[in-house]
Design a binder for this molecule. Structure first.
Ligand SMILES: Nc1ncnc2c1ncn2[C@@H]1O[C@H](COP(=O)(O)OP(=O)(O)OP(=O)(O)O)[C@@H](O)[C@H]1O
Ligand SMILES: [Mg+2]
Length: 338
């Protein structure tokens, strides 16, 4: 049986339904990312799992126990918030030791465990420093150490990296991932950053407007979006209506057609293409955006305007507005979505 099972969770604030019919399972040691746009209900769901909000209905099971009505302190769940929420009048080691003191562990044992976790999160030398003397990344590592030291059966992380700048963020997310693996911690990590979710997760739960719209591995969700929201949230897909799909590719489909910009080929003369590649279709460059390692071209093709990504290999090859080219679609990479 799964380690965590939630069934039909529903939460309202007054008349406003924040989420409904939330169902998922998490295996022991799994790293799950709850991904979704701002306001979709991620924090409320996490806080409900931790027992900081009461649910209107549904059940939460952890390790074969129904914890739906259990007090937050008794749930054995660790939580790290977006804002550091450290005790300002306590040093780093006092902050980290707090949970162990509450559990009334012997002093020597507390000292040993705190020292171990400080090493793990790479804060050695900062033991006697106060939070206001630390950088944002260091504070967030204290918050993480404080949650980890009590060895929770479930770790909940609510955008723990969002206040940090890009290099520190990338470094700390790798650290979180390696600590999670080392301790085999069952983890639910919230973010609204699609790249972060794809890099870190065993599986992603993608949420929109209070519902989990798709669950699966990063690859599954990225390459097989179930609807237009997932397609645009995960991968900058071109989403074409049924008439546009017919006009461009001669396809007769229900719903819509989603095409990833990087799955489209630009014809290079003399090259042979496999059978699953469409016939070349004449197109014209409208303009381009430089996205770093990728150049995204807006291209006019058979009355449709779509995005096509090419790797930014060399600035000499930049295609100017008005340039003519031919596009070839990989017929194995077209997704029908609702
Ligand atoms: N304590 C509260 N009382 C009333 N409404 C609330 C409360 N907390 C959250 N909400 C509402 O619930 C909805 C979801 O909020 P929540 O904080 O869960 O979103 P989120 O997905 O975490 O967003 P973000 O990515 O911006 O953190 C919002 O419409 C919000 O206004
Ligand atoms: Mg939130």
């Amino acid at each position: 049986m799964s380690f965590v099972t939630v069934k039909h969770l529903l939460k309202r604030f007054d008349q406003h339904t924040v989420f409904e019919d939330i169902n998922f399972t998490i295996n022991q040691g799994e790293f799950i990312t709850l991904l979704g746009p701002s306001g979709c209900g991620k924090s409320t769901l996490l806080r409900s799992l931790a027992g900081l909000h009461d649910l209107d209905s549904g059940e939460i099971w952890v390790d074969n126990k129904n914890i739906t009505a259990v007090q937050p302190q008794q749930r054995d769940i660790g939580m790290v918030f977006q804002s550091y929420a450290l005790f300002p009048n306590m040093t780093v080691q006092e902050n980290i030791a707090f949970g162990l003191k509450m559990k009334k562990l012997p002093g020597a044992e507390i000292k040993r465990q705190v020292a171990k976790i400080i090493e793990l999160v790479e804060l050695s030398g900062k033991e006697r420093v106060y939070p206001q003397q630390l950088s944002g990344g260091q504070r967030q590592r204290v918050a993480l150490a404080r949650a980890l030291v009590v060895k929770p059966q479930l770790l909940l992380l609510d955008e723990p990296l969002s206040a940090l700048d890009a290099p520190i963020r990338k470094n700390l997310r790798q650290q979180i991932k390696s600590i999670q693996k080392e301790l085999n911690l069952t983890t639910l990590f919230v973010t609204h950053d699609q790249e972060e979710a794809m890099i870190l997760s065993d599986r992603i739960f993608l949420m929109n407007k209070g519902k989990i719209v798709q669950q699966g591995s990063a690859e599954d969700i990225y390459t097989q979006p179930c609807n237009e929201f997932v397609a645009s949230f995960m991968g900058n897909y071109n989403v074409l209506s049924a008439p546009q799909a017919s006009q461009l590719l001669g396809l007769d489909i229900q719903g819509k057609l989603a095409i990833r910009p990087e799955s489209i080929y630009v014809r290079e003369s003399g090259r042979e293409y496999a059978a699953h590649i469409s016939k070349p279709t004449p197109a014209i460059i409208k303009n381009h955006q430089l996205l770093g390692n990728v150049i995204r071209y807006q291209v006019q093709v058979k009355g449709c305007e779509i995005a096509v990504d090419l790797l930014n290999r060399s600035s000499e090859r930049l295609l100017q507005p008005g340039s003519k080219l031919e596009l070839l679609f990989n017929l194995n990479e077209l997704q029908q979505v609702s």
